[in-house]
Design a protein around this ligand. Structure first.
Ligand code: RB5
Length: 149
């Protein structure tokens, strides 16, 4: 899989851990920053990842900040993005199977440890959208961005 990953300073440590973890599974992982622990604004990184995921429809995005909240709000402002902030494996599973999420957001200050983050990523990347009735609901969500309200 092709995966774009990004973080702010608060998610910088997990970003490196998750990048190594996914590369060890032979995923292609493109790091869009931050490239140090210096303070950076999470919407800037969310934009970078969101634009790449939109351009490459078969790709996924992973965004890490302190809580996952800011990244998910920012990413969901972008066309074609369905970002889900997940704190558990079951949330990651349903984000893919029901919501067809294409961006996973994680909070480094929220999860107990990096092993939990790895498990959430594994479930997210290993789950497939079920389609069917869920497709109708996703279509309704995506129509909202065209309506602009
Ligand atoms: C940065 O301090 C923090 O606000 C950010 O990482 C994130 O948690 C925002 O939602």
């Amino acid at each position: 899989m092709l995966i774009y990953i990004g973080s702010d300073h608060a998610g910088y440590n997990f970003k490196g851990v998750l990048k190594d973890h996914m590369e060890a599974q032979s995923h292609e992982v493109i790091d869009l920053g931050a490239f140090s622990e210096d303070s950076v604004d999470y919407p800037d990184i969310a934009r970078e990842v969101a634009e790449k995921v939109y351009e490459n429809h078969a790709s996924f995005g992973i965004l890490v900040c302190g809580t996952g909240t800011g990244m998910s709000i920012a990413a969901n402002k972008h066309i074609g993005i369905r970002a889900a902030s997940c704190t558990s494996e079951i949330m990651a599973q349903y984000a893919r199977t029901h919501n067809n999420a294409n961006v996973l957001c994680i909070g480094e200050r929220i999860l107990e440890n990096e092993e939990d983050a790895k498990k959430i990523v594994d479930v997210f990347l290993g789950s497939e959208f079920e389609g069917g009735r869920h497709q109708d609901r996703v279509d309704k969500m995506m129509a909202m961005e065209k309506e602009g309200r």
